[in-house]
Write a protein that binds this ligand. Structure first.
Ligand SMILES: Nc1ncnc2c1ncn2[C@@H]1O[C@H](COP(=O)(O)OP(=O)(O)OP(=O)(O)O)[C@@H](O)[C@H]1O
Length: 577
């Protein structure tokens, strides 16, 4: 994400805002000059109508232009925030899973929601304020030099001292602001962590402990926030002391010079008025430097998040449909060729895994917990890349398939069946928004959900809560299965989908799997013997390797590990007929 490029896209509005601000500043600078003319006209007994008319005109123009400036710059700032959020949201959704899973979600929210606002608004507004203030100061100094350069030197000396202090303070503000943004992010992450598992927190009676932890994080954010306010609040007084000092010097010395006749009363009045007029831009200038320092801290955080690595996609056209040859031409649905994989610096999870699945039929994967079964699914979906070997879907290397193409070929029902906030219908048609009512009815029937949905007062339009709250674990799992069936993929990956089901629903779902397996390849990680026995072939995994492949009968006869696994299941389940 290139922030500079985004700001550049809104340069016209920013420039318009700047021009309005500069014109307003020019109108402001003309006022003391005209006031001097007015005083001179009074002292020379000339007509005062013209100077008064000009002063009124400059007042009005100044007010109008300042309002236009604030609106235009504010609008440009909001436009930049919008663009940054849009790009950031898209980049997060397209980020690589290994990198995304390392982020703290609360911190991601803080960066995407509040840092983007602070970064863009303060930078757009503060930058514009800085430019107009510098113009105002520069113009004022030139005009004051024309009035009396000695008085100007005295005033600038006092103000320079105050400005030096203000610059030092602005630097401290930036450092404190960066710390504060990080502390706010940490609080957001802490909150997210406990709210995401609220029932576990309650069941573990950990409310008090977690409240203390959250209070600690909030206190840290408060401490760094107070440091920002502390340094920030010293900025204005530092400037005020400088201006009051310079005002005192200018008035005392100026009066003395008026008394000796080396300066006129009109010039001194104009000079003092310029000094008053310069206080605001000077304060604004240093405030803007402080704000820009804070904004820079936020920009840094937004840029860091925007730099999250993206999924590499050979045909990066979102929503692109399936483009493989017809099923009849595939040699296999899935093929693993000597695949090896390790999670970053961890020990290898898969070691030389090879197998081939035909285009149709049900394959079960069995193995001890941690054997690498889910990892295989994640590699097929290309959430991770294998370290060695090749994975083929529909005969094509997944590394060379477009992501949209690959993920429309593969339907994946995850172990913890995440659903989204929204209606049952929205969840159901999530992977295939164009599904027609007949297809929806079929998917519901196959997933044994038709009766349940029909009995709901709002049917398919029933609203679900966060992560599908409002449904039982089994219903959530069946809804996820129906969603995958509706996608009509070529390969269906099921990760322990029968885990939450009663025997009756499991039997219904076995039928659904059998029906789906007539049309496509179904690969199911399963622990229930009844599901495993029904499979056309079973892959036995052990410590990241394929130990054996065969039917239930073959494996019972030939493989000791499978016999043991099956034996354990027989002991706990009723053996199927
Ligand atoms: N993101 C990750 N980072 C590091 N290690 C991981 C990660 N995900 C899984 N692992 C490790 O990889 C190994 C295989 O995990 P995987 O989830 O594939 O096992 P599994 O066979 O599906 O287990 P289960 O049957 O319990 O679901 C485990 O030892 C696990 O700790």
């Amino acid at each position: 994400m290139n922030l500079r490029e985004i700001v550049r896209r809104h340069r016209i509005l920013l420039i318009c805002g700047l021009v309005l601000g500069l014109a307003g500043a020019a109108a402001k600078l003309a006022q003391p000059w005209m006031l001097g003319r007015l005083i001179r006209a009074v002292s020379l007994d000339e007509s005062i109508a013209r100077p008064i008319a000009f002063i009124a005109l400059f007042f009005l123009v100044d007010a109008g232009l300042s309002a236009g400036h604030a609106y235009t710059i504010g609008r440009a700032g909001e436009n930049i925030v919008f663009d940054v959020r849009r790009v950031l949201g898209a980049r997060l959704l397209r980020s690589r899973i290994p990198h995304f899973s390392r982020l703290e979600h609360g911190d991601v929210f803080a960066r995407t929601v509040s840092d983007t606002s602070i970064a863009c608004l303060t930078i757009a507004q503060a930058m514009a304020q800085m430019v107009t203030s510098v113009f105002m100061l520069g113009g004022g100094i030139v005009l004051m030099a024309r009035l009396d350069w000695r008085l100007l030197l005295a005033a600038v000396g006092c103000l320079g001292l105050a400005s030096g202090c203000a610059l030092l303070l602005a630097r401290r503000v930036r450092i404190a602001a960066l710390r504060n943004r990080e502390d706010i992010g940490a609080f957001g992450s802490g909150l997210q962590r406990v709210l995401g598992a609220l029932t576990t927190v309650k069941a573990s009676r950990a409310e008090e402990r977690e409240t203390e932890e959250l209070t600690l994080l909030a206190a840290r954010a408060r401490r760094s926030g107070i440091r920002v306010t502390g340094f920030g609040s010293l900025l204005t007084p530092a400037i005020n002391v400088g201006t009051q000092l310079s005002l005192a010097v200018v008035v005392c010395w100026g009066m003395a010079r008026v008394a000796t006749g080396s300066l006129s009363a009109a010039e001194l009045t104009s000079f003092v008025m310029y000094l008053f007029y310069l206080v605001t831009p000077l304060v604004v200038l240093f405030m803007s430097i402080g704000q820009i320092q804070q904004g820079r801290a936020a920009v840094q955080r937004v840029a860091e998040l925007g730099a999250i690595p993206q999924e590499e996609d050979v045909h990066a056209e979102p929503g692109k449909g399936r483009e493989c040859e017809p099923v009849a031409q595939w040699t296999s649905a899935i093929r693993f060729e000597n695949v090896g994989f390790a999670y970053r610096e961890h020990a290898p999870v898969l070691r030389g895994v090879s197998f081939t699945l035909p285009c149709r039929g049900l394959t079960a994967i069995v193995g001890a917990s941690g054997a690498g079964k889910t990892t295989m699914f994640q590699l097929i979906e290309r959430f991770h890349r294998p370290d060695s070997g090749t994975i083929r879907v529909a005969g094509r290397d997944v590394a060379g398939l477009g992501l949209a193409e690959l993920r429309s070929l593969v339907g994946y029902v995850e172990q913890d069946t995440p659903l989204l906030r929204g209606t049952i219908r929205e969840n159901l048609t999530y992977a295939n928004p164009e599904a027609d009512p007949a297809e929806i009815a079929r998917a519901l029937r196959l997933a044994s959900l038709a009766g349940f949905v029909a009995a709901l007062p709002d049917g398919l339009d029933t609203e679900l809560g966060e992560r599908g709250a409002g449904l039982s674990g089994g219903q959530r799992q069946r809804l996820a299965i129906a969603r995958t069936l509706l996608q009509r993929p070529a390969v269906i990956l099921l990760d322990e989908v029968t885990a939450h089901l009663d025997s009756e629903t499991e039997a219904a779902l076995r039928d659904a799997m059998a029906e789906a397996a007539r049309e496509c390849a179904v690969l199911a990680i399963a622990h229930r013997l009844s599901t495993i026995v029904q499979a056309d072939r079973i892959i036995v995994m052990e410590e990241g390797r394929v130990r054996a492949i065969g039917t239930h009968r073959e494996l019972v006869e030939s493989d000791e590990v499978y016999r043991r696994l099956a034996g354990l299941q027989f002991a706990t389940e009723e053996a199927p007929a």
